[in-house]
Design a protein. Structure first.
Length: 254
């Protein structure tokens, strides 16, 4: 995959969570999210225990609460949708502070908020303790189709290149006195988007030719790495197993 590529979600550290192989962490987070989604929404107490388990993982990984909470803002659109559900959903109505709310809508909003927030928090912890390059290597070791891994790798590597190209084009427009103020300027922006697409496509062609000239045959080399030990798999499995131990009583008690 080449050299590493830093991202703003990752926090360098030497915690036991950082030291786990990336494919172990990916499997652990996936299983945790599956258990959370399978939990009955009526088991409100279970979601509190899930949040506590994630807090323990964050403490073990030395990820500050502020880092975690600020990254949770990505789910704001889903939160807005959830807040609308009690007003638009059908079913039995309840009164609260003078408002008429749908009871099924309230449960649906709670379901989205609780499960969505826990899933996003688990993903943020995964990203905070694993470099992007390591995540891609972990997916490769989990037998994810190589083509998809390569596409993700190129997106990560050249996303900054395309963003920098957009910045230079914006500076060029501003230096010529252009400022988008209304619909009549959309034509200029559309032409800029077209030019950006052409430049990105041409850059991709040059990169592909450079790779082929250096022996690229459709697959990227995967660095050799020692297989994960039983202790590492056990440590990674602690989170989903704890969640499963909470989920089963949740089904029995609801």
């Amino acid at each position: 995959m080449g050299a590493g590529h830093a991202h703003h979600l990752y926090r360098a550290g030497d915690s036991p969570v950082h030291a786990l192989p990336p494919h172990c962490k990916i499997v652990a987070v996936f299983c945790f999210v599956v258990v959370v989604v399978a939990t009955p929404r009526e088991a409100v107490w279970a979601f509190g225990l899930y949040a506590l388990a994630l807090a323990v993982v964050a403490a073990a990984a030395r990820v500050p609460a502020r880092h975690l909470l600020t990254r949770l803002l990505i789910e704001v659109p889903f939160v807005a949708f959830a807040f609308l559900m009690p007003f638009v959903a059908e079913g039995e109505r309840v009164r609260w502070l003078g408002l008429s709310l749908s009871e099924p809508g309230l449960w649906g909003a709670w379901n989205i908020l609780a499960k969505g927030t826990l899933g996003v928090a688990a993903s943020v912890l995964l990203a905070a303790t694993t470099e992007l390059r390591a995540l891609l290597l972990g997916l490769e070791r989990l037998r994810m189709p190589s083509l998809l891994v390569q596409i993700a790798s190129f997106m990560i590597r050249y996303g900054d290149v395309v963003t920098d190209e957009m910045r230079r084009m914006r500076i060029a427009r501003v230096s010529r006195g252009f400022e988008a103020r209304g619909v009549r300027h959309w034509g200029v922006l559309a032409k800029s988007a077209g030019a950006l697409f052409i430049r990105s496509y041409e850059r991709g062609e040059r990169v592909h030719l450079a790779m082929v000239s250096r022996g690229y045959t459709g697959t990227m080399p995967v660095p050799d790495a020692a297989p994960a030990t039983r202790a590492q798999w056990t440590y990674a499995a602690a989170l989903p197993l704890a969640a499963l131990a909470v989920c089963l009583p949740g089904w029995l008690l609801t």
